[in-house]
Design a protein around this ligand. Structure first.
Ligand code: AHR
Length: 346
């Protein structure tokens, strides 16, 4: 481990001398012991060169989240020169704060974390700053007037994703010749107060605001999970019998919503009763796009591990890093899904 307080040169010299002494057979131990000691020492030296990263993942609520965790774990390996401390906060801000404090007391080299909600981070991030540990936000953002609380952010542009969904709907309704008819919309939202929920909502609303005939009947959080997606969609279906469009802010909620629709005898997609718009674009959802059950899936790219690693390497070399680093994202419909689906690993 690359500790913040390094061992003194004197200590290092003493250990090298001891290894030489043992290896040349001048000591009281045999050469097997000497080799073992030397190997152990080399490993310890290697450990010192590793960059330690404390990663607080917000939870494991979705297929997307598991892919994001994998991406980070695959990047921060010993082979790549890192020692990763991983913590799953199970969707609770207090768990993330506790994990970050733990990383500070371990004196890791970098803190990487995906904030479950946008607010409430000032105190703990100030503590990291005082300890001189750079903080890298991933996936989601924080909202604070103090930009110095973190070094950089690597993630997805949730507002742009919401806009893409709105723009797709605009075009679709024109194509179907129903752009001036009343359009009733319900929204399954992600975790309340998360930048993914806030951004996607703002982005979609900015397009909806242009259309007096788009009527948002209800918006409710289903916490980015399939179980809650089903629960909330069942309630919507009981309450409204005239839903034209479902906006589901992630694929897991979409899977749950589809279960609820099935139970209610309602269909979705290109030939269905309801236009279904989803976010994330995980493999299982892309299959439903292929089958025409989900009309459009706006990608949220979880492959962020390599980007974060690259950012850390640039910081290590003393290079400038942008405050915001947005990963690339696409929009999938039946027209282009075949090109991408085979390479989708999550
Ligand atoms: O912050 C990204 C969102 O969080 C993804 O859309 C969702 O699946 C996840 O839980």
């Amino acid at each position: 481990m690359r500790m913040r307080s390094k061992p003194s040169i004197l200590m290092k010299a003493a250990s090298v001398f001891l290894v030489l002494l043992l290896a040349t057979g001048c000591g009281a131990f045999d050469s097997g012991v000497a080799k073992e000691y030397a190997a152990g020492n080399a490993e310890a030296e290697d450990e010192e060169e590793l960059i330690t990263v404390g990663f607080s993942q917000l939870g494991s609520e979705s297929v997307w989240r598991s892919a994001n965790t994998e991406s980070v774990k695959n990047a921060f390996t010993r082979q790549n020169g890192f020692l990763l401390e991983f913590n799953n906060a199970r969707q609770k801000q207090e768990n993330q704060i506790k994990a970050i404090r733990g990383f500070i007391s371990q004196r890791v080299d970098y803190i990487v974390f995906s904030p479950v909600t946008e607010t409430g981070w000032e105190t703990v991030l100030q503590e990291a700053r005082s300890a001189g540990i750079p903080v890298i936000l991933v996936d989601r953002k924080i909202s604070s007037p103090n930009e110095n609380l973190y070094t950089t952010w690597v993630g997805t542009d949730a507002r742009a994703e919401g806009e893409k969904a709105g723009l797709w709907l605009e075009q679709y309704l024109v194509g179907k010749n129903i752009s001036s008819k009343p359009i009733n919309i319900v929204v399954l939202q992600g975790t309340t107060g998360s930048s993914a929920q806030l951004g996607r909502t703002m982005g979609f609303d900015s397009i909806a605001d242009r259309h007096g005939n788009w009527n948002i009947l209800a918006q409710q959080s289903a916490d980015f999970t399939a179980a809650k997606g089903k629960e909330v969609m069942s309630e919507f279906l009981k309450k409204y019998d005239d839903i034209d469009v479902v906006i589901s802010q992630n694929d897991d909620m979409t899977f749950g919503a589809l279960d609820a629709m099935k139970e209610a005898g309602v269909t979705s997609g290109e030939n269905g009763d309801i236009i279904l718009i989803s976010f994330d674009a995980v493999h299982e959802a892309l299959e439903l796009v292929q089958q025409g059950i989900i009309n459009v899936d706006v990608e949220c790219n979880p492959d962020q591990g390599e980007y974060i690693m690259d950012v850390i390497r640039r910081i290590e070399r003393g290079e400038h890093v942008e405050k915001e680093n947005v990963v690339e994202e696409h929009v999938f419909t039946k027209d282009n899904v075949n090109e991408y689906i085979d390479s989708r690993t999550y």
